[in-house]
Design a protein around this ligand. Structure first.
Ligand code: NDP
Ligand code: PYC
Length: 333
């Protein structure tokens, strides 16, 4: 394993992006998200994503110097047109206005359009909870996942994330793909030639398999059967047609076999506890704490693993598999 400090991890990510002519603003926004993923030991959404981002650039499927444009649609609604760039800069540009609208109205809906998407959603959720807000976010991806009972890919891996601010503590956050697992994790199993658990996907004959490559060319499965399937459909709708953007099937068609990262939109909803509760906000938010304590009775809260990993990385730096480190250095050639 290669060992890097967090600062060297950031410099590596930034240098690779600069080497491929991403604009400085794009470099900063993309690298921040990837370094956060690596720091929190979310291997499938850390520096590994640089391989997909540069492959997407080489396929001509992302704009490296895109300048996102904010469109102020209504008192509680804004859109940011990412103009074909990766999503993090569009999120960064739109966030101040989205928070301001939530403060004014009690809630705001923030749509990102025309973005190429590679990231974990919890990074954005934590930016919103840091402002004392409750947050939800979701997006489609590429049609890789069969609907419950089917065998043909239709849905994306469609992540759904939620965040709740906690006084004096890291927020309560969960963030999961509506497929049994993120596709990035199956890709990492294929890279490392490791079998995956049964239930993650089926081969192109519709048969259950533990072979990661067979699932990647067959179909992934939703989590929780028909329940995950319905949630995934909801995400296709509210972060697709509702915001005037692609479904996962349309994103896959647009890809046209290039193997690029998905191109679509994202929907973020922000709720302001102060506007809901006024003077009683502190008292009512405190009532969440016994719920969290009771939830952790037999294990842990979502994000607890991440927060522990964060602390470890801040003290000791991060590790990367040698093969990945070599592949990343090759992107500087
Ligand atoms: P996981 O199944 O690994 O984890 C999902 C959530 O469940 C996390 O919040 C995790 O917390 C929590 N969790 C896991 N195990 C437990 C447990 N035993 N007890 C309590 N909570 C637990 O993630 P996925 O594979 O579903 O998704 C991984 C990432 O991939 C997400 O961040 C998602 O945003 C991203 N993704 C992005 C896509 C895109 O289009 N951009 C598409 C699909 C996924 P913890 O992190 O602490 O383990
Ligand atoms: O891991 O499923 C995934 C994914 C898709 C886009 C970004 N991550």
């Amino acid at each position: 394993m290669a060992q890097l400090s967090l600062e060297d991890t950031r410099i590596l990510a930034q240098n690779i992006l600069r080497h491929h002519d991403f604009s400085e603003e794009q470099v900063a926004a993309i690298a921040d998200v990837m370094v956060a993923g690596q720091r929190d030991e979310c291997a499938s959404h850390g520096l590994y994503r640089l391989l997909g981002c540069i492959a997407t650039l080489n396929a001509g499927k992302v704009v490296p110097d895109a300048q996102p444009e904010i469109i102020d649609v209504a008192p509680a609604l804004l859109k940011v047109d990412a103009k074909g760039g990766f999503s993090p800069l569009a999120f960064r540009r739109g966030l101040p206005l989205a928070l301001e609208k939530a403060r004014q109205n009690g809630l705001s809906a923030f749509a990102i359009n025309h973005c190429v998407h590679f990231s974990a959603l919890w990074v954005e959720i934590e930016d919103i909870t840091a402002a004392g807000m409750v947050a939800l976010a979701c997006n489609p991806s590429h049609a890789w996942v069969a609907p419950a009972g089917g065998s043909k890919p239709l849905f994306g891996t469609n992540p759904f994330a939620f965040g709740w601010p906690r006084a004096g503590q890291l927020p309560f956050v969960f963030d999961f793909a509506t497929s049994a697992i993120a596709r990035g994790d199956i890709e990492l199993h294929r890279r490392e030639e490791r079998p995956v658990p049964l239930g993650w996907g089926i081969n192109d004959g519709g048969q259950p398999t533990t072979d990661a490559a067979a699932i990647l060319s067959g179909a992934m499965l939703t989590f929780g059967g028909h329940k995950g399937s319905a949630l995934s459909a909801m995400i296709e709708l509210i972060a697709g047609p509702l915001i005037g953007d692609f479904t996962s099937a349309e994103s896959k068609d647009w890809d046209h076999g290039a193997g690029a990262l998905p191109y679509h939109g994202e929907l973020i909803i922000i709720l302001d506890p102060q506007r809901f509760l006024g003077d009683q906000a502190t008292e009512h938010l405190a009532r969440a704490e016994p719920l969290f304590t009771a939830m952790a009775q037999n294990g842990r809260l979502p994000s607890q693993r991440r927060y522990e990993a964060r602390q470890r990385s801040q003290q000791q730096g991060i590790t990367l598999p040698d093969t990945l480190y070599r592949d990343l250095l090759a992107l500087l050639d």
